[in-house]
Ligand binder design. Structure first.
Ligand code: GCU
Length: 344
């Protein structure tokens, strides 16, 4: 039923998007075959689900500014924040079909479209922020995963730090998997995240990000898990007052582009975007760090308490998922080992 609803919603969105698109999107008018020097100017549409005061929106604005600068105004990127073009699942569909040019989505949401993305949702796969950055910046496996969906209609061309994810509930600190018993915890629509919450002792409830606030407020779920900006930028701190640092995942945000659009851009246009993406990934690291500090302060003012715990019991409960993941196929083993090889 849920699936049917989301497919129906996607249909409606594509139609309204087409109506809103006007006539100058890359998918419609750039016919340069990936090489022309004097490529026709394009305006690309990029959707994401965060509000305009979110640090990722700030860095996507930087992406847009730098792209325009790098291309001397030849490539523009217009942002559609706030989930106005749909939830993550919807916008991935739109990018895949070439109706939308670009989107910024969580790597967890991409798992439903390509199982190779599962590795980013494996709990405790990254040992530290340094390890996470090292892998995201230098891993060949990441590039292989990002390029691997080319024939399915989209590729990843960059990533943004989306911090560490931890559990938050209405008012209960969770010190061990036993404390999570029977608690309905919202997770992203990612099979690995569902298994993770099960392993950590809770009852996983997958739903889109846009539904979380109301579900917390109405008691449909007992908690959720995310980085600290969920409390402030998405206002979850109004209805969830206990944030426990289980620090179970670092899930990157991924910048995806439609293959259809990308192949129509000239090499110079592609380079302008690619260089801007790399530069904005880099500047985002500082943007993120200060945003998290501010989020913590603002959350405390909203009455949220942050609990630091000994997370070993959660690590013990969740890491058997690594073996399950590796037992699935050889590619998983290869990616897992490659990620670990970046540990210093
Ligand atoms: C993070 C991520 C979003 C995602 C959200 C979620 O905030 O940056 O892209 O939608 O988590 O939990 O769904």
């Amino acid at each position: 039923m849920k699936k049917l609803l989301s497919v129906a919603a996607t249909g409606v969105l594509s139609l309204s998007l087409l109506a809103a698109c006007g006539s100058n999107s890359a998918s419609e008018n750039a016919e340069n075959g990936g090489s022309s020097e004097s490529a026709e100017a394009v305006s690309l549409r990029l959707a994401h689900n965060q509000p305009e005061d979110h640090p990722v929106h700030t860095s996507l604005m930087e992406l847009s500014t730098l792209t325009e600068e790098n291309s001397d105004g030849n490539v523009k990127i217009e942002l559609f924040p706030n989930g106005q073009l749909g939830q993550e699942r919807d916008v991935i569909e739109l990018v895949k079909s070439g109706t939308l040019d670009m989107a910024k989505v969580s790597a967890s949401a991409l798992e439903a479209f390509d199982s190779n993305y599962a590795i980013f949702s494996l709990p405790y796969v990254f040992q530290s922020k340094e390890h996470y950055y090292e892998v995201m910046d230098n891993s060949e496996a990441v590039q292989e995963i990002f390029q691997g969906t080319k024939d399915d209609g989209f590729v990843g061309i960059g990533w943004y730090d989306a911090g560490q994810r931890s559990i938050y509930t209405a008012d209960k600190k969770v010190e061990s998997p036993a404390d999570m018993n029977g608690m309905k915890i919202r997770v992203q629509e990612s099979p690995t995240s569902i298994s993770m919450i099960e392993a950590m002792g809770g009852a996983p409830t997958p739903m889109s990000y846009g539904e979380v606030y109301t579900s917390l407020q109405q008691g449909v779920i007992d908690g959720a898990e995310n980085n600290e900006t969920a409390l402030t930028n998405s206002k979850h701190g109004e209805v969830a007052k206990a944030y426990t640092y289980t620090e179970h995942q670092y899930v990157p945000d991924v910048l995806i582009v439609s293959t259809k659009m990308w192949d129509k851009l000239s090499e110079d246009q592609q380079k302008a975007i690619q260089d801007a993406a790399s530069a904005s990934t880099e500047s985002h690291k500082d943007v993120w760090e200060s945003a998290i500090e501010e989020s913590i302060k603002a959350s405390e003012e909203m009455g949220v308490t942050f609990y630091t715990i000994d997370k070993q019991s959660f690590i013990d409960a969740a890491t058997p998922l690594h073996d399950t993941f590796k037992a699935e196929n050889e590619t998983n083993v290869k990616y897992f080992d490659e990620f670990q090889s970046h540990l210093k």
